[in-house]
Write a protein that binds this ligand. Structure first.
Ligand code: AG3
Length: 276
């Protein structure tokens, strides 16, 4: 394939083109248009409704950030709930922590899981871990109905379009809070503060109306729009900025480390101003 390009439109006036090596798979699932493409710059890439979800080359940044900041600021996370994350990348990082006894992963679209198993085995390897329970179900309904209590809930969702809109609401965060332990935490992927400023601010405000401690951290994820990407943490007790006392660092990480944990919460002035 010499002339095939994938075009991701971000806003009315900005988009990015990726040269495609091969289109590996496309299908219309019950919920969305799904594609797996192999790209020259970023390796195999999962695309949902035209939006890049993960690439083999830089998924480590997103997944290490959405997981290890929360996991390391909570002193003993044993039971974790992941909403979304059907590629398995977030679960893979959670399961690196020895304290973890059980992970529930709630993905609405089983085709995301099946295609990740086929094409993205470096992420979907998580599904082989016996501590992981996969639920093919609507995450909103799951948190409303469950009587389980978790130490950490991670919202690894797509952009707030269609069925994911509710995952950014105060009502949803209240339901999450109800299924968290008294010292529980929530970690949310909260979009680009530049390209999705409304969503970014809304997540902060909505989480702040439910959790006493809310903090924002940033990381550059090259394949999502451009510039910084945000993660927002809501906590009932532990300060997400502080690494819990006796944490041992995990070997083999490629982005996260102790210094980065502290540095990630330093916000540029224009982003601080958005949250005032
Ligand atoms: N979930 C967040 C994807 C957001 C991408 N947005 C975009 N390209 N406009 C990723 C799931 C990874 N487990």
């Amino acid at each position: 394939m010499d002339q095939l390009w994938f075009y991701e439109k971000h806003t009315r006036g900005y988009g990015v083109r990726w040269k495609v090596k091969e289109v590996l798979h496309t299908e219309k699932t019950r919920y969305q248009e799904l594609a797996v493409i192999d790209t020259f710059e970023w390796g195999k890439t999962l695309v949902l409704d035209g939006n890049v979800q993960v690439t083999e080359s830089d998924e480590f940044i997103y997944h290490e950030m959405i997981v290890h900041i929360a996991m390391n600021s909570h002193p003993h996370p044993q039971k974790v709930l992941i909403i979304g994350g059907g590629d398995g990348g977030t679960a893979r990082e959670v399961l690196k922590h020895e304290s973890v006894q059980e992970v529930d992963l709630v993905e609405i679209d089983d085709r995301v899981v099946e295609n990740s198993k086929n094409y993205l085995p470096t992420m979907a390897c998580a599904f082989n871990d016996s501590r992981l329970n996969l639920h093919i179900e609507d995450g909103i309904k799951f948190v409303r109905d469950t009587s389980e209590l978790y130490d950490l809930v991670i919202i690894d969702s797509s952009d707030p379009i269609g069925p994911a809109v509710q995952l950014y609401s105060t009502e949803f965060y209240q339901d999450v809070s109800r299924c968290l332990q008294q010292d529980g935490m929530i970690a949310v992927q909260s979009e680009s503060p530049i390209f999705y400023q409304d969503t970014f601010v809304r997540v902060f405000e909505n989480l702040s109306s439910v959790f006493p401690l809310v903090k924002v951290c940033l990381a550059p994820i090259m394949t999502y729009t451009a510039g910084p990407w945000s993660f927002t943490l809501g906590s009932k007790k532990w300060d997400p900025e502080r690494i819990a006392g006796d944490k041992r660092s995990i070997d083999g990480l490629k982005y996260y480390n102790d210094d980065l944990h502290k540095g990630a919460f330093i916000l540029p002035q224009f982003i601080k101003d958005m949250l005032r």
